[in-house]
Design a protein around this ligand. Structure first.
Ligand code: ATP
Length: 294
């Protein structure tokens, strides 16, 4: 549904996108993560057509998106990082407006508006102007404007930033439902546990390039987890060992004659992946970026 190849975007002398490659298939949620300034929002802006890249190629649903922008825009639902709502317009009117832009009319437009209001728990504030809502409610309205009309490609740029747990849960449930219905979802976030919840494919951006991409299982498989062993010993109540083979390491520990009172194995997670890749790249001379996982 979305395929970006070697995108380059320069601001002044700086390549903010520097050979950015990414694909998102129908039904797939891709979580795009990376440090502040890695180029995530710039990539979203290129896909929406707001920013023109200096080089590279971009396809959306088989269209060359850098040539046929207007055909592509109809396929997108976008929730930008900076909230963009009309303060005096009610929540319901926002959704009616975006449903209309998605091509729905009459009863179908009303039904879709009601459905999305319910889905994002916005029915109680449907007739309030967006400007009087709380931050979390406004986040939900923004996501709702992206989802109304069920576009086949959703671009959600930090949709849960500053959201309370209830808002976060409603948004994540709606995102999962959209992907299950076949939408391709690009989801940027700094909250890695959300990507576990969404069972998302993960793409890690650094300095304008995607340096690692794959399922969470693939990306974390070779990283060490942690073996935590507690002893009834005030001198050493707990031992924490990085491990890629917890069974063997525990057997070695037992063979040494020590008797644990409890054993816990923590599997490697996305935070370990993030830290390990960041450490790899910050050690490299000149910040040269290379592909780690494909
Ligand atoms: N219009 C612009 N002119 C000049 N530089 C820009 C412009 N837009 C973005 N940049 C720069 O491009 C870099 C990438 O920004 P971008 O917003 O894409 O990063 P990001 O990965 O989304 O970061 P964050 O996690 O903070 O949202 C930053 O250094 C930013 O300052």
């Amino acid at each position: 549904m979305l395929a970006a190849e070697k995108l380059v975007k320069r601001y002044g002398a700086r390549n903010v996108l520097d050979g950015f490659d990414l694909t998102v298939a129908p039904g797939e949620i891709t979580g795009l993560i990376g440090h502040n300034g890695a180029g995530k929002t710039t990539f979203v802006e290129v896909v929406t057509g707001l920013v023109r890249p200096d080089a590279g190629r971009l396809w959306v649903a088989g269209h060359d998106a850098l040539r046929s922008g207007s055909a592509v825009r109809r396929l997108l639902g976008v929730a930008p990082q900076e909230l963009a709502l009309y303060n005096r317009v009610s929540v319901r009117e926002h959704l009616r407006l975006f449903a209309g832009l998605a091509g729905l009319r009459g009863r179908r437009r009303d039904a879709e508006t009601t459905r999305v209001l319910d889905e994002l728990h916005l029915a109680p504030v449907a007739d309030r102007p967006a400007g009087v809502l709380s931050g979390g409610q406004r986040r939900r309205v923004q996501a709702a404007t992206a989802m109304v009309g069920s576009p086949p490609l959703l671009l959600l740029d930090e949709p849960t930033a500053g959201a309370d747990p209830e808002t976060r849960a409603a948004l994540l449930a709606a995102v999962r439902a959209r992907a299950e219905a076949g939408a391709a979802v690009l989801y940027t976030t700094h909250y890695l546990p959300e990507l576990v919840d969404l069972d998302a494919t993960v793409a890690l951006a650094r300095a304008g390039r995607v340096i690692a991409r794959g399922s969470q299982q693939e990306l974390t498989r070779d990283l060490p987890g942690e073996l935590r062993v507690a002893f009834d010993d005030p001198a050493e109540p707990e031992l924490r060992l990085p491990t890629t083979d917890p069974g063997a390491d525990l057997a070695a520990l037992l063979a040494s004659g020590r008797t644990p009172v409890s054993v816990d194995v923590r599997r490697p997670g996305l935070d370990d992946l993030y830290r390990s890749l960041e450490a790899t790249f910050s050690e490299q001379d000149g910040g040269e970026v290379r592909d780690v996982v494909r």
